[in-house]
Design a protein around this ligand. Structure first.
Ligand code: ASP
Length: 418
C-alpha cells in the first residue's frame, strides 16, 4: 500500500508540530509512505518579502534574512539536544544559497530571483523534518523534488512536464520499500537545473503529482481544520465538515475559490482514480473528508465561498456598437494573455461586466490594453458564491449588502458585493 501524506506550513510551524507529524507517521509503520512538506509556518511569505527587498536592493534584506534563519534555528533547538547533530550544518548550508544570491546583483527577471530564494523554505523544512524522523528511529530518505518534478522555465508558475515527471517519480517505488521518503511541495526543476515554483499553495498539487506518479492508494492532506468545511470558519460561524465530496464537486468548489484545496490538485488524482483524504492534524481519529469518484454528496447545506479583493470591470464600446462575438473574442484573448481569470461575467447588448481578482500591476496593464473601450471599474469588492443554495440561504447571506452583479444557475448563486 503506497500512501502520500502532505503536511502544510501550519502543521510544521514549530517543534511541537514536527513532533506531532512524527507521531502520526509512527502509527502508520507498515505502509509505504512518501511525505511532502511545505515551508514552515509563514516562511513563504517571509521569503517573498526577502525576494522583494533584494530585488529593490534594500539593505533591510539582510535583517529580514536573519529573522528567517533565527525562526528555523529555534525550531531546530526545540527538536535536537545535541548541537553537534549534522542537521545544524545541513541547514546552515541550505541558507548559504541565499547568502550567495544576496551578494550578487539581482537577475533582471524578478520571477527567476523569486523562485531561487523562496524555494529554500521547502528545502529547509524537509531537511529538518527528515533529520528529526531519523533521529527518533523512523528511517527516512530525503529527496530533492527538483530532480523529480520537471517543469519548463515559467518561473513562479512552472508547468510540469507530465511524462518526464511521471517516469522519474515511478523510479521511487523501490526506495520506498523499507523507509519513508520525505520531499518538498511547491518546487520543481528546469532542464537546466534551475529551481521553479508551482504557484502559491502549490504543495497540494505537488503531492497529487507524486501520488499519481507512484500510483499510490491514497493521498492524505493533513490540515489544521477537521476536513473540508462548507465555509471558511474564520468568516462564517456554524460550519460543517463534508464527510464525502465527489471529485467533480471538489473541482467546482476549487474553481469558485474554496481555499482548502489547490484547484490543480484534483485533476491528477481523478485521472488516476486516487482518493484524497483531508484530515485533522491534531484530531487524527476524526474521519475528515474523503474525495473520490463516488457521487454521494450532502446538499442539505450550502457550500459558501467568499473571495475578497475583487474588481468589477465594465467595458462598453464608445460608439455604442454591440459587444458581439468577435469583440468578446478579442477581449477574452487580451485577458488570457494577461493571465487574468474571469471569476464571473455578464454580457448585455452594449456592455460586458467581468469580476476578477484584483492585482494592481496586472490590472493597470490590462486597462491600457483595453483602452479602446469606455471603462468603469470598482475595486475592494467581494465575490460570494453559494453552491446548492436555497432562497433562505441567499436571504441570510446577502441581505443588507449592496449587490453590484448577481447570477443564479440551478446549483450556483453568485453575487458581487460592495
Ligand atoms: N509554501 C508554499 C506557500 O505557502 C506552498 C504551499 O505551502 O502549498 O504557498
Amino acid at each position: 500500500m503506497i500512501k502520500v501524506f502532505k503536511f502544510g506550513g501550519a502543521s510544521v510551524k514549530d517543534a511541537e508540530g514536527v513532533k506531532i507529524l512524527a507521531s502520526i507517521l509512527s502509527s502508520y509503520q507498515e505502509g509505504q509512505i512518501l511525505i511532502v512538506v511545505s515551508a514552515m509556518g509563514k516562511t513563504t511569505n517571509s521569503l517573498e518579502d526577502l525576494a522583494d527587498l533584494y530585488a529593490k536592493q534594500n539593505p533591510d534584506a539582510h535583517q529580514a534574512f536573519q529573522e528567517i534563519k533565527q525562526y528555523h534555528y529555534n525550531i531546530l533547538n526545540g527538536l535536537f539536544d545535541d548541537p553537534q547533530n549534522p542537521v545544524f550544518d545541513d541547514i546552515e548550508n541550505a541558507f548559504i544559497e541565499i547568502d550567495w544570491i544576496l551578494e550578487e546583483e539581482p537577475h533582471p527577471d524578478y520571477d527567476f530571483n523569486y523562485d531561487q530564494i523562496v524555494s529554500i523554505g521547502e528545502l529547509v523544512s524537509s531537511k529538518i523534518v527528515g533529520a528529526y524522523l531519523n533521529s527518533i528511529g523512523l528511517k527516512t530518505k530525503w529527496i530533492d523534488a527538483r530532480g523529480f518534478i520537471h517543469t519548463d522555465n515559467s518561473y513562479r508558475e512552472g508547468r510540469i512536464d507530465q511524462v518526464k515527471t511521471a517516469a522519474s517519480i515511478q523510479s521511487l517505488s523501490e526506495t520506498l520499500v523499507d523507509q519513508f521518503i520525505i520531499t518538498q511541495g511547491f518546487i520543481g526543476g528546469t532542464s537546466e537545473n534551475f529551481t521553479t515554483t508551482l504557484g502559491r499553495e502549490g504543495s497540494d498539487y505537488s503531492a497529487a503529482i507524486f501520488a499519481s506518479g507512484l500510483k499510490a492508494d491514497s493521498l492524505t492532506i493533513w490540515k489544521d481544520v477537521p476536513g473540508v468545511l462548507n465555509a471558511d470558519p474564520k468568516v462564517f460561524g456554524d460550519t460543517k465538515v463534508y464527510s464525502h465530496i465527489p471529485y467533480v464537486e471538489a473541482l467546482e468548489m476549487a474553481y469558485y475559490g474554496a481555499s482548502v484545496i489547490h484547484p490543480k490538485t484534483i485533476k491528477p488524482l481523478q485521472n488516476a482514480g486516487i482518493p484524497l483524504f483531508v484530515k485533522s492534524f491534531t484530531h487524527t481519529g476524526d474521519p475528515g473528508t474523503r474525495i473520490d469518484s463516488e457521487s454521494t454528496f450532502d446538499k442539505s447545506f450550502p457550500a459558501i465561498i467568499l473571495k475578497k479583493e475583487q474588481v468589477l470591470l465594465s467595458l462598453r464600446s464608445p460608439d455604442l456598437s454591440f459587444i458581439d462575438e468577435s469583440v468578446l473574442g478579442s477581449i477574452f484573448s487580451t485577458l488570457a494573455l494577461a493571465s487574468i481569470k474571469i471569476n464571473m461575467m455578464q454580457v448585455s447588448a452594449l456592455s460586458l461586466s467581468i469580476c476578477t481578482d484584483y492585482n494592481e500591476a496586472k490590472f493597470s496593464r490590462l486597462l491600457k490594453q483595453l483602452s479602446a473601450f469606455e471603462i468603469k471599474y470598482n475595486t475592494g469588492l467581494e465575490l460570494l458564491t453559494i453552491r446548492h443554495y436555497t432562497r433562505p440561504d441567499i436571504e441570510k447571506l446577502v441581505s443588507g449588502r449592496k449587490v453590484l452583479l448577481e447570477q443564479l444557475s440551478r446549483n450556483t448563486a453568485q453575487f458581487v458585493l460592495k
